[in-house]
Write a protein that binds this ligand. Structure first.
Ligand code: 8YV
Length: 328
């Protein structure tokens, strides 16, 4: 019996390919080539499923060109690369990888906050450049982390993980803003207080962005919002590029309107705004918040389990548009 054909768009762990090969005729990209859109479309011909990462855009045009496609399994919790309404309209299911990366990503958010506030990257570059020839009282003096006010914009699972770390590990006063308020029980567990966005901007010593990207959150942190922050504040973005207006942030950093920023995601990544590259008070990392070996294995496995779950057994684990299942 011929097996259904799927595409794994990017390199994954060899065991993920071996697992998928038990159920599917797998076309993979273990060389991790960067395919053009046309190459992706061509490789998707005749496929019923695809394992994507945040780099592959699934939209109406792609769906129209690949009418056999039934499932797009994103190996990411964020799914702004999916046009979900267009997928639903065509009866194509989308899945993501929630939960398995929550704690790892929250760890990284905290690491980036610490590196930014305590000027770790900047001071390391100074040392490596051979510029360290004496101790000085104000050398790389940064901002206090323990006991300070931690602001969180977007209070989903990762935001809550950061709140717990701040409140319980560092004695921080945690405030947050989100579309919807947490239950009193969750607020108590995270020791987090709900505030309006303006109060969050004005009060946070460290502001961490953990909200999903959408038309609504595009440039949620622009010039006007940055102007409301404390001049001593740090801003950390581990959510998505495009939530911050990178050009406006570079101007705010140059003008010392805020003290520093830690960024793991960028508008138009992997390109980084040249004005950000020129700032010394910014820590820049290449979208690695979920990058530990166990977590990346768990993400790949969950994406693969969704492919097998849906295409073989009709039961996806983490569907984004379950209404597609009802329509069948
Ligand atoms: C991924 C992420 O590594 O899960 C997400 O939303 O941003 C990262 O964990 C990236 O999107 C690749 O798929």
């Amino acid at each position: 019996m011929t097996q259904p054909a799927i595409l794994v768009a990017r390199a994954v762990f060899p065991e993920t390919i071996a697992f998928l090969q038990q159920h599917f005729d797998v076309t993979h990209n273990q060389a991790d080539e960067v395919w053009s859109r046309a190459e992706l479309l061509q490789r998707l011909q005749g496929k019923v499923g695809v394992l994507t990462t945040g780099s592959e855009r699934i939209d109406a045009e792609l769906l129209a060109a690949c009418p056999g496609l039934k499932l797009c399994a994103n190996m990411a919790v964020g799914f702004n690369n999916f046009d979900v309404p267009a997928m639903t309209a065509r009866g194509v299911l989308g899945t993501n990888t929630p939960d398995v990366l929550t704690e790892t990503t929250a760890d990284f958010g905290f690491a980036l906050l610490m590196a930014t506030a305590r000027r770790i990257a900047e001071s390391e570059h100074f040392l490596r450049a051979g510029k360290w020839n004496k101790w000085a009282i104000d050398m790389f003096a940064g901002a206090e982390v323990h006991g300070s006010t931690l602001g969180i914009l977007g209070m989903g699972r990762i935001g809550q993980g950061i709140a717990r770390r701040g409140a319980h590990g560092f004695g921080m006063n945690v405030i947050y803003h989100n579309r919807s308020r947490l239950s009193p029980a969750l607020e108590a567990e995270c020791k987090a207080r709900y505030v309006a966005k303006d109060e969050l901007l004005a009060s946070a010593d460290h502001l961490v962005l953990v909200l999903p990207y959408s038309a609504e959150s595009h440039h949620a942190m622009g010039a006007a919002e940055l102007a409301k922050m404390k001049p001593t504040a740090t801003l950390v973005n581990i959510a998505r590029g495009g939530i911050v207006d990178d050009a406006a942030l570079a101007r705010a950093l140059q003008a010392k309107q805020i003290a520093a920023a830690g960024l793991d995601v960028f508008e138009g990544e992997p390109k980084v705004h040249p004005d950000l590259l020129a700032c010394s008070n910014v820590v820049l990392t290449p979208h690695i918040a979920s990058a530990t070996v166990p977590t990346r294995r768990a993400m790949a496995q969950l994406a693969a389990d969704n492919l097998v779950g849906y295409l073989v057994h009709g039961k996806p684990l983490t569907p984004l548009n379950p209404e597609v299942l009802k329509k069948k």
